[in-house]
Design a binder for this molecule. Sequence first.
Ligand SMILES: *Cc1c(COP(=O)(O)O)cnc(C)c1O
Length: 380
Amino acid sequence: MFFDTKAVHAGITPDPATGSIVPPIYQTATYILEEVGKDKGFDYTRSSNPTRATLENSLAILEGGKYGISFSSGMASVDAILKLLSSGDHVVSSNDVYGGVFRLFNEVLSRYGLSFTFVNTSEPSAVEEAIRPNTKLIWLETPTNPLLQITDIDLISKIAKAHDILLGVDSTFATPYLLRPLEWEVDIVMHSTTKYLSGHNQIIGGILITNSEELNGKLKFLQKTIGAVSSPFDCWLTLLGLKTLSLRMARHSSNGLEVAQFLADHPKVERVIYPGLQSHPQHEIAKRQMKAFSGMISFDLKGGFDAGKTLMNSVQLCALAESLGAVESMITHPASMTHADVPEDIRVARGLTNGLVRISVGIEDVRDIMADLEQALDKV
Ligand SMILES: *Cc1c(COP(=O)(O)O)cnc(C)c1O
């Protein structure tokens, strides 16, 4: 089956009781046993729920994996991976990670005896050099947020295998429509389903996907033990979103490329970061490992912070909002919004300048998106 067909049908079977084409929402906490020790595969919704199981199965199939483990947020799913580790263990992580992931690593988990080295993972030698005898996890984000750096997953996977280190990839910006990291034998793929996968700004959720029976067992154990599970209703809403994933991603990507070219040609724009542009330092890698380049663009205006602020206060169609990956175009100022918790010196050293603007290009008519940006740029 081709991917576009899978997006509509994977893991979905008509409800056995009624034939309902849409999987029902099993809004229940518990399940009545027929007799002691005999259940129908479900005993308590923290452990398992049929609506959640359907979502886990669908997403596992789309990602080309065997097992899906769903969580109440992307952050809860990252946290579960880190709970595979023990005090004293070390992690090598992409330095341009999602702001919340940086906060979790640096401000919470570092208090529990885990240590972290942040490197630019688009340079494989930097990853290799950061590995220590106690390194247990390499954590990649590709494309990264918000600098859209691309990591060569194949190369990092070989390094991880050679050192017997677990490799996890936050693939939120790409989705399985554009990139399937398991093809390079990554151990665990993670998504914030809040973004492109659900696609309509309707839920907060996360998912982990793995091919390893052992990892699945450990992650399912953490899921039910910690209890940060997604609700049946949120799973159901995500399942509805998934059906149009292919259509949406194709449109996000074509709109994204047009808007990136428009910005690159605009006299008030200093630089545009978009993996689909030849000017992107890892454009060739992106072309090789991704089907297209998604709708995420970051750019700097001539005039820095004040110019960025004027632009963001002047847009009318684009929503000034945190988050990304939904049908609506959204615009963000990472330095004051998503990455406010990353200390300024670290931020700026990484290239995340005070004037950087990130746009999540939606699925509207691209002419309207560009007209909105044009009138806002006029005011800068
Ligand atoms: C949003 C996001 C997260 C966190 O997910 P939540 O669902 O908001 O908890 C992690 N990584 C990336 C790349 C994200 O965009």
